[in-house]
Every structure is written in C-alpha cells, then in structure tokens.
Design a protein around this ligand. Structure first.
Ligand code: OGA
Ligand code: MN
Length: 297
C-alpha cells in the first residue's frame, strides 16, 4: 500500500530526512517512485529506525534501483566476511567480529574511506545508489560527510564550466590507496585497471549537472598528467568547501541512501582500534536502464 512520504531538508543545498516509514514493507511502485524522486531532488536521504536484516536490505535495494554492484570495496582484495559480495562490510571487524588491529592490512585498506570519494568510480559500471545501514555505532563521533557535487558544479564560473565540458577522467583504486602509501602486490595491481568516466555528468530526471570526482580520479584523459592532476585537485578543493558539505551523525538503525553521481562522501576519523563500528552497504549498478524489479507493482 502506498505511503505519503515527506522530506525535511537538512542542508541548504541537499539532504533530507524522510518521514516515518518501514522500508522493509515498501514494495509498491508509488512509494518507490517517491523515494527515487526524493533522491533526485536531495541526493542524500536519511531514514531513521530501519532494522534491516541483510537479505531485506539486499531486496529493498533491488526493488529501488535494480541490479547490485558486487565489486565496490574491499571485495577487490579479499572475500567478504559476510558471504555475499553485494553486501559491503563497512566495519572495523574481522571474521570473528574482533576489532582489527592497528597494522592490519584490511584496516589500512578501509582507511581509504576517509578520502573523499564516490563508490566504485574505479569500476565500469560504477555505483549509482548506495544504501548504508548502521548496526553498531561507537559512543564517540564517527560521522560520514557528504558533499553536493551539483551545487559545487553550479557554483563554478562559466569559463570553467565550458573548459570542463567533454573531459574524461581515469579513476583507479590503486591511485587513491597509493596516495596513502598502501601497497598492492603485482597480481593485485593487474586486476585493478580502473575505469574512465566523464568529469561532468548530466543526471537523468533531475537534469542537473554534477562534478564526478573522487580521490580515485588519477588523471584527465588526453591531458598531460601534472596538468590534469592540478585541475582535479582544484576541483576537489572547490567541491568540498564547507558550504557544500553535510555531516551525518549515525544512530543505530539509520539507513542513508545517496546518489553517487551527485555526491562525494568520506568517513571521519575516530578511535577505530578501540570502538566497534559496523555498517552494511548495498550499492546498485550505474547502468542506463536499471531493471526495476518491483514485486507488487
Ligand atoms: C561507504 C563509505 C563511510 C563511512 O560505506 O561507502 O564510504 O563513514 N562509508 O563509513
Ligand atoms: Mn564509500
């Protein structure tokens, strides 16, 4: 049965908290369409009190936006402890549920989430919607920040917009992790070729343009490497100014949905060798025609 949702804006440019709803019960076409148009408008939606089991989270994501991404995070390096490659393990825990030690390679890799990024931009197709569900949150601040890349684009001077049109950028996980000094074996390197995406994206339905950037962005195709890197750096600096940034403080049960084409995000540091933090992420594939799989539509 359709529910009428209302959206309460949390930031001047983007982000809304959605009125009370149990997303596990949402299967009808109309409510799903309201959520999609909420994402079109706000780019980030916050739902409180969503006690998803893993299979329910996976099912909801498919109903909302079709096919799931299975190569977004640490799965590029190792098998997930959760047993399903579409279920992203956003935690500081090992297979036994113990907190990862300071020098653990998995922890080092996960620290890359503290760089501004979009999910799976180093893949083709990249990620479209990410849905992150909070299971365990520390008693200290361990927030996630989001930046509105449409507002950042809109604020550029017209000459810069004209200069960026048509540029393409190579994104690579090896690049972003190497900026932190993380090393890949030659075999890992080989499987990490990266992907090329437009720098400016026109988002269907909202018809807005956005800067498609990430710390994975390594070079501008057809430009000398240093010049491209300088451009990317300037744009990152521009797009992450405080006026474009929202900071989410997690509560257990939160589900946050964001559009990776319209935003960047990063984890903020906390004492992760001391406190448990456990979230699960499901991300859909950014393909042209999502095979929407509404059950009761
Ligand atoms: C993610 C991510 C940031 C965080 O789930 O894709 O980058 O704060 N998370 O855990
Ligand atoms: Mn991420």
């Amino acid at each position: 049965m359709a529910v009428a949702l209302t959206f309460r804006r949390l930031h001047p440019h983007f982000v809304a908290e959605v009125s009370k709803v149990d997303l596990r019960q949402v299967h009808d076409r109309e409510t799903l369409a309201q959520i999609r148009s909420g994402v079109d408008e706000y780019a980030v939606l916050v739902f409180r009190d969503q006690p998803f089991a893993d299979d329910e989270q996976l099912a909801f994501a498919q109903e909302l936006d079709g096919r799931l991404h299975s190569k977004t995070g640490i799965s590029v390096l190792r098998k997930s402890r959760l047993g399903n490659e579409a279920l992203g393990d956003i935690s500081n825990l090992d297979e036994d549920g113990e907190i990862l030690k300071g020098g653990d390679r998995r922890r080092m890799y996960g620290l890359g989430n503290r760089l501004w990024h979009t999910d799976a931009s180093f893949q083709d197709p990249p990620g479209r919607y990410s849905m992150l569900s909070a299971k365990v949150v520390p008693p200290v601040e361990a927030d996630t920040e989001f930046a509105d890349m449409r507002a950042a684009y809109d604020a550029l001077p017209p000459e810069t917009k004209a200069q960026l049109e048509g540029l393409r950028v190579h994104h690579s996980i090896a690049h972003s992790r190497q900026t932190l000094g993380f090393e890949f074996s030659p075999e890992e390197q080989e499987s990490l070729t990266g992907a090329v995406h437009p720098l400016v994206r026109l988002i269907p339905r909202s018809h807005r343009r956005s800067l498609y950037l990430a710390s994975h962005a390594s070079r501008v195709i057809d430009w000398p490497v240093p010049e491209g890197r300088l451009l990317l750096r300037d744009l990152m600096e521009h797009a992450t100014q405080p006026e474009f940034v929202y900071r989410h403080s997690w509560r257990v049960g939160d589900l946050v949905i964001w559009d990776n084409r319209a935003t960047m995000h990063r984890a903020r540091p906390f004492d992760d060798t001391k406190y448990r933090r456990e979230l699960r992420r499901v991300t859909t594939l950014d393909i042209e025609h999502p095979a929407l799989a509404s059950r009761n539509s």
